[in-house]
Design a protein around this ligand. Structure first.
Ligand code: SAM
Ligand code: SF4
Length: 328
């Protein structure tokens, strides 16, 4: 079987698929309030998506994460999950979601073959949650988390982007959720994108600052596994806690050397690095009748040219898309 390898020798076998650019929230660090979404016809249709997944799986991509926008607002989401989960070669299927719709979707998604979810929750304070998401209700997320646990979409990982002036005062309470729950609470450093780049740069909170704050307000976290990365996260724990606290510090501590990912955007573009604008259009050849072999070759060529890493330190910021159009 052909394998997708880049010119630095990295084997790329993890595909993050953005199922839609649309969302039922408007997080301040992710998109403008009056965000304009693409018409559905410009997005990969279900059959086109399934074909591409088949092609990626035939190139050794075995790990998949569904994201968005908000993946649960995509029509036919349960059927899409079932289709991807049953594609030969797909071994690991998870989703990143804001959790709002999991109350009713967790069980059918689990039955369709979804294995795990990461749920975004930036604060445990309902008012601040409303402010950071512009209109979300925190109680919906708690219900979603409970439904995910009950459906067996575990281990549950909770993602929090820390934004100065919005939720930096919540990091200790978020971390303390791990005392009694077997969850991994992960603090994600805010990244600059397109229209929200200036905001992201001015309000970023580093992982060291978060750890210092947690130590001052409660107790220090203990580093786990000698600091080795678990995926993209460095893990810590409070002594005796049931869960773990992770830090994803893409900006200050890049993990590009071990990157094994590629991204498929909702409009059918292969994005080679989250934070670089270099992309390969798959939708146009797909709609002009390219064969699966031809698509395989386009993907292999694209992956070969995957950039080494991001250029944030040199002030190179991705401008062509915001996070919701890539999926994180
Ligand atoms: N809607 C889903 C959600 O919020 O989980 C999935 C898509 S969202 C784009 C994926 C992840 O990216 C979320 O955890 C979100 O908090 C994070 N994110 C969005 N904008 C970001 C930014 N500028 N920097 C860092 N993380 C960001
Ligand atoms: Fe929507 Fe997720 Fe972006 Fe928030 S982070 S606006 S939930 S896509």
């Amino acid at each position: 079987m052909a394998q997708a390898i880049d010119r630095f020798g990295r084997v790329i076998n993890y595909l993050r698929i953005s199922l839609t650019d649309k969302c039922n929230l408007r997080c301040v660090y992710c998109m403008d309030e009056d965000m304009v979404f693409k018409p559905s016809s410009a997005l990969l249709q279900d059959d086109e998506l399934m074909l591409l997944v088949r092609v990626f799986a035939s190139l050794g991509f075995h790990k998949y994460r569904l994201t968005g926008g908000e993946p649960t607002v995509r029509q036919n989401i349960v059927d899409i999950v079932r289709g991807i989960a049953s594609t030969p070669g797909v071994h690991n299927l998870s989703m990143t979601t804001n959790g709002i719709l999991l109350d009713r979707l967790a069980k059918p998604l689990a039955e369709a073959g979804l294995q795990r979810v990461n749920i975004s929750i930036d604060t445990v304070d309902p008012e601040r949650f409303h402010k950071i998401t512009r209109w979300g209700k925190l109680e919906d997320v708690w219900r979603g988390i409970a439904a995910a646990e009950e459906a067996g979409l575990t281990p549950i990982k909770l993602n929090a982007v820390v934004v100065r002036g919005f939720n930096d005062q919540d990091v200790t309470e978020l971390a303390k959720l791990t005392l009694d729950h077997p969850w991994q609470v992960r603090f994600i450093e805010m990244m600059p994108f397109g229209d929200v780049a200036d905001f992201a740069r001015s309000a970023v909170v580093t992982d060291q600052e978060i750890r210092d704050r947690i130590a001052a307000e409660y107790m220090p976290l203990e580093l786990l596994y000698d600091g080795r990365l678990d995926g993209e996260a460095r893990l810590y724990r409070f002594p005796g806690a049931k869960g773990e606290v992770g830090f994803i510090s893409t900006v200050t501590q890049p993990f590009c050397a071990s990157c094994n990912r590629a991204r498929l955007t909702a409009d059918g573009v292969l994005r080679l690095c989250l934070l670089r604008d270099r992309e390969v259009d798959l939708l146009t050849p797909l709609r002009s009748g390219a064969t699966e072999d031809e698509l395989r070759q386009i993907i292999l060529d694209g992956i070969w040219h995957k950039p080494w890493g991001h250029g944030l330190a040199e002030n190179v910021v991705p401008l062509s898309r915001v996070m919701s159009q890539i999926g994180g």
